[in-house]
Design a protein around this ligand. Structure first.
Ligand code: AMP
Ligand code: MN
Length: 325
């Protein structure tokens, strides 16, 4: 029986030039996964171009191949296939999504709850702890030989999307794949150190400011804080350095929903984390975003205070729904 992964590997294996697109605000999972797949294709002598409309955050520049990721694509390039990595809809690829229009084969690989099921070939599994779990069998079929650099990309994807293998979505499959990657020469402690123990001091100063502005709902179940442009100015941090803040709020006892509101030029980007029966995805969907039950996000319209107020209303509703179910 052929699996979706087999069909995708076989189709991509016949292409001359494949375009691989990351989502906006790319994370370790989509970047590691697109780079691993691109590398598998190039070791076979095929061309692969990785695009990321928002570039590559500093913490992920150590990934093998990251310096070849493009923010813009040449007008005259012709691709036989385009891979959308973790894009619930094509527009999640941001400004690069338009480049897919002329590409004859669309491949959709995702593990988010709200994926629209677009594309000609789909590898979709919302139970996967990271999209790398879905990419691993494709890479292994395309390039069966061990490759330490490909394995490092996939291990970074698994490690970062699972909170270093701590989240409830981690399964035997996650760890079996991790074991295969370690067998190919990837080192969990090295990847961990590159991502989490290599931060500029500005990241910690921003975390300090954000924690100083921590707010809690009266019942203690909702924790939130903000990152404003003024805070970035004072600390010298870039917005991408806010990645770990919402996770820190999850550490508070009794908190079921943690939120970070980021004041970006294009709107208020909201990061949500939830525990237990509460669905972060349901909250994000109310504002046109999405994600997983435990982690989701959306871009809010309005001032920072307005978006905070609107979101708190929806969170209260979601807490009541979760209590009733
Ligand atoms: P973040 O808070 O940016 O780490 O995002 C948490 C999860 O939600 C990730 O899996 C994101 O890909 C997803 N996510 C964030 N924003 C959106 C959005 N606007 N639409 C769909 N998914 C999103
Ligand atoms: Mn992911």
């Amino acid at each position: 029986m052929t699996t979706p992964a087999d069909r995708i590997a076989d189709a991509l294996g016949r292409c001359r030039h494949v375009l691989l697109l990351n989502h906006v605000s790319p994370d370790g999972d989509c970047l590691g996964s697109t780079l691993a797949l691109a590398r598998a294709l190039s070791t076979r002598g095929q061309r692969a171009t990785v695009g990321s409309a928002d570039g590559v955050p500093e913490v992920y520049r150590f990934l093998p191949g990251a310096d070849g990721i493009r923010r813009e694509l040449p007008d005259d390039a012709a691709y036989d296939a385009v891979v959308f990595m973790e894009c619930s809809t094509p527009d999640r690829a941001g400004a690069l999504a338009a480049r897919a229009a002329a590409v004859p084969l669309w491949v959709n690989i995702d593990h988010h709850l709200n994926n629209g099921g677009f594309g000609h070939l789909i590898a979709y599994d919302a139970t996967a702890a990271a999209v790398a779990e879905l990419v691993h069998p494709i890479v292994r079929r395309l390039a069966p030989g061990p490759d330490r650099q490909t394995a490092t990309c996939l291990l970074c994807a698994l490690l970062t999307d699972t909170g270093s293998f701590r989240y409830p979505a981690v399964t035997q499959r996650t760890l079996t794949i991790a074991a295969d990657l370690v067998g190919q020469g990837a080192h969990p402690s090295e990847v961990y150190a590159r991502v989490y123990e290599n931060r500029p001091a500005t990241t910690l100063r921003l975390l300090g400011q954000a924690l100083g502005r921590l707010r809690l709902s009266p019942d203690g179940r909702v924790a939130w804080t903000v990152v404003t442009q003024a805070m970035l100015g004072e600390t010298g941090a870039a917005m991408e350095e806010s990645e770990g803040i919402v996770g820190a709020l999850r550490a508070i006892a009794g908190v079921d929903v943690a939120m970070l509101f980021k004041e970006d030029p294009d709107g208020i980007r909201v990061s949500l984390r939830a525990r237990g029966a509460v669905s972060a995805n349901a909250i994000a969907e109310a504002f046109g975003g999405g994600g997983h039950a435990a982690a989701a996000g959306f871009t809010g319209r309005g001032t920072l205070d307005e978006v905070v107020r609107q979101t708190l209303e929806v969170v209260e509703r979601e807490l009541r729904t979760a209590a009733a179910s």
